[in-house]
Ligand binder design. Structure first.
Ligand SMILES: [Zn+2]
Length: 308
């Protein structure tokens, strides 16, 4: 199953214990996908495509108002590809009572951000279950919650920010999309919303990806170094061959002769390795200096001898 569905199913099973949080989460469901309907406002509907989320909404409602008259409706589209579950509160008075309490909750503070931290987490959980999705972390890090209502989009954004996280907002096909792109930040939000299994899975992938990146970086770096060493060694070997054929290596000063001999013996050794083979040992820069002198000598001979 898709990672997003797993996460939503897990969050649909989380029922907050505090009354304040239950109201906060329900208010998110109402704001993103709820309607007060009927000629006399006698229906309060919560719509969701997911039976798991519908069950949760019903549990939250029944927990808050034990004797509330409710009804659950399910409508499938003609193609049977999609469905809408509606949890409906029946009756003008009960619908009005729930509506009023959710509305009172939704006007806390200037931006509407729930006052308590516990309720902010519950509110975001409800918002995510209504209009949210998360991409499989194997592909990319992306979590979003979309709504057509600008006020609600801003409220979601402010609520995320109020919890110390970062999010952005963009427009897509008439909807406002609040999104997060940073793996660490998404992990934090999953934890705050209570999606602990999803968090574990998300973090496992993140650790694996991070390790893969590190290994790739090391391999690339190592390959580049090896390439450099081999190319430099090839040039040094050409210089040494040239000197040998024109004047003979015996003509070189002893220190140069030694590095030339070691290079021929160990064509793939790095400068540092050659330095360690010398007696006494020599630093990498010392070896490099001697190869530069060999290079210089070869250039002079090259100019003198038209053959090369
Ligand atoms: Zn609370």
């Amino acid at each position: 199953m898709a990672f997003s569905d797993d996460t939503r199913q897990e969050l649909a099973r989380v029922i907050p214990s505090a009354r304040c949080c239950r109201v906060a989460e329900l208010s998110a469901f109402y704001e993103l996908s709820g309607f007060l309907l009927g000629k006399h406002n006698q229906f309060l509907d919560f719509n969701t495509p997911s039976p798991f989320v519908a069950r949760k909404i019903l549990l939250l409602l029944k927990g808050l108002y034990p004797d509330l008259p409710t009804q659950v409706l399910m409508v499938r589209s003609r193609s049977r590809r999609s469905q809408v579950c509606t949890v409906r509160v029946l009756g003008r008075v009960p619908a009005g009572q729930v509506y009023q309490e959710l509305k009172d909750q939704s006007v806390t503070g200037e931006t509407g951000v729930p006052r308590r931290k516990c309720c902010r987490r519950a509110y975001l959980r409800g918002a995510f279950l209504s209009g949210g999705s998360i991409t499989n972390p194997e592909r990319t890090y992306h979590l979003e919650i979309s709504t057509e209502q600008s006020r609600i989009a801003h409220k979601i954004l402010e609520t995320i920010i109020s919890l110390g996280l970062e999010a952005g907002m963009t427009q897509r096909k008439g909807s406002l999309v609040v999104y997060m792109k940073d793996g660490g930040q998404i992990a934090n939000l999953l934890s705050l919303m209570g999606a602990h299994s999803a968090l574990l899975q998300f973090e496992n992938v993140r650790v694996m990806k991070e390790m893969r990146n590190q290994v790739n970086r090391l391999v690339n770096c190592e390959t580049a170094n090896v390439d450099k060493t081999v190319k430099a060694a090839l040039v040094q070997l050409e210089d040494i061959d040239l000197i040998d054929s024109v004047i003979g290596l015996e003509e070189l000063p002893p220190k140069l002769r030694e590095v030339a001999r070691l290079r021929r013996e160990y064509p793939y050794a790095s400068l540092q390795e050659i330095g360690e083979l010398m007696t006494p040992k020599m630093s990498k820069s010392g070896v490099n200096y001697r190869f530069r002198q060999i290079r210089e000598k070869a250039r002079q001979l090259d100019k003198l001898d038209p053959k090369y």
